[in-house]
Structures are given as structure tokens and as C-alpha cells.
Design a protein around this ligand. Structure first.
Ligand SMILES: Nc1nc2c(ncn2[C@@H]2O[C@H](COP(=O)(O)OP(=O)(O)O)[C@@H](O)[C@H]2O)c(=O)[nH]1
Ligand SMILES: [Mg+2]
Length: 195
């Protein structure tokens, strides 16, 4: 698959079955709790400030948003963020259901699932559930421990160890969507696009 990202554009937002899922384009799925920096991470990877809307008001997106990378060499798929405290229980449930539907039943050709965490907060219960579901459905997983700029090296290694253990030794990469250099970004892209 692609590694150098030459173009990125919004394709479509979906709330359930849609023809885009069957067009044969491999998908890189970005999942994570609301406010962990998922949108910022995608913007950092495609080297754009505002491809994906970021906000200090978390939890606004309730659709699965598809972004075409290099004219449909692959899609970056931005899933709605879960765990936003101010949502009603009913809204929370419908978002979790949408995410689980996409990962379990949509038959999307998921080449890689990128689980984003706030490294300071670590793994939540639904993050653990995500890891379990991704494993069960053989979706290759990489965990991005984002907001690495917030911890010193000692705190970082303790958090990374705890995350790795909770995620049954999954691949965990530390990252900062705010401060990543081009070199760090390319290193993460290489991991995302490797088989
Ligand atoms: N310090 C720091 N803040 C970040 C980082 N990534 C995102 N943020 C901030 O976290 C907040 C939520 O980011 P956003 O990308 O909208 O999160 P999303 O809800 O997961 O899509 C925003 O205020 C971002 O500026 C990071 O790596 N370091
Ligand atoms: Mg977002």
C-alpha cells in the first residue's frame, strides 16, 4: 500500500451500510475515545492543518467519515469518538453500536486499525473491548499513544509498559500530533502501511 501521502480529501460520511464499503479500496480505520487527538493525528499524518475538524468541544461527529488518500489508493476512516461524558446514555450506545457494526459486520476491507489513546490516560474499558474485537476479527492493530509531549521520559516508559500489557503485547507507538517531526510522522506511516 501507499506510504507517501500526496493527496487527501473528504469522500463521505456514513451511518450504516453504504456502497463505499464495497468499492474495494483498502481502509485504515482510526478508532479511539473522544478527545484523544484522533482528528489531530489524521491531520498530522496527511500533513494538513484542517482536513479533519478538530475541536475543544469533543464528541461532535457521529458519522463514520471516509477520506480518500492518493486518489483512492486507500481510505483513512475516522470513526466517531466514544466515551464522551456529556453524551446521553442512548447516544453513547448508538455510537458504540455503529463502531462495532463497522468493525464486526460491515465487511469493510480493513488493512489496519489504528487505536489512538491519550498516553497519560492509558487504556479505558472500551479501548480494551476494541482490542478484543479487532483481534477476534483479525484486523491488524497498531496502538498510537498520543499526546506524548505531555509526559517526561520516565512517565512515558511506565505508561507504555502498562498499555502494552493491557493490550496483550500489541504494537504501541508513542506520538504527538502537536509536536511530531516529519521523521516521526514518516515512521508512524511506515508502521501503518506495513503488512
Ligand atoms: N498536547 C497535545 N494536545 C493534543 C495532541 N493531539 C491533540 N491534542 C489536543 O486535544 C484536543 C482534542 O483533539 P482532537 O484531534 O479534536 O481529538 P478527537 O476528539 O480525538 O478527534 C484538541 O484541543 C487538540 O489540540 C497532542 O499530541 N498533544
Ligand atoms: Mg475528532
Amino acid at each position: 500500500m501507499t506510504m507517501k501521502i500526496a493527496s487527501a480529501e473528504f469522500s463521505r460520511g456514513i451511518k450504516g451500510t453504504d456502497a463505499i464499503l464495497a468499492d474495494g479500496v483498502p481502509e485504515v480505520a482510526f478508532v479511539g475515545r473522544s478527545n484523544v487527538g484522533k482528528s489531530s493525528l489524521i491531520n498530522s499524518l496527511v500533513n494538513r492543518k484542517d482536513l479533519v475538524k478538530t475541536s475543544n468541544l469533543p464528541g461532535k461527529t457521529t458519522e463514520i467519515n471516509f477520506f480518500s488518500i492518493n486518489n483512492k489508493k486507500c481510505y483513512f476512516v475516522d470513526l466517531p469518538g466514544y466515551g464522551y461524558a456529556k453524551r446521553s446514555p442512548k447516544e453513547k450506545e448508538s455510537i458504540e453500536k455503529l463502531i462495532l457494526w463497522y468493525l464486526m459486520y460491515s465487511e469493510a476491507p480493513i488493512a489496519k486499525a489504528v487505536l489512538i489513546l491519550d498516553v497519560k490516560a492509558g487504556m479505558t474499558d472500551f479501548d480494551r473491548e476494541m482490542v478484543r474485537v479487532l483481534r477476534e476479527h483479525d484486523h491488524p492493530l497498531v496502538i498510537v499513544a498520543n499526546k506524548a509531549d505531555k509526559l517526561n521520559q520516565k512517565e512515558m516508559s511506565a505508561q507504555l509498559r502498562a498499555i502494552k500489557e493491557a493490550a496483550h503485547e500489541a504494537v504501541v507507538v508513542q506520538y504527538s500530533a502537536t509536536t511530531a517531526t516529519h521523521k516521526e510522522r514518516d515512521a508512524l506511516l511506515r508502521i501503518i502501511f506495513e503488512d
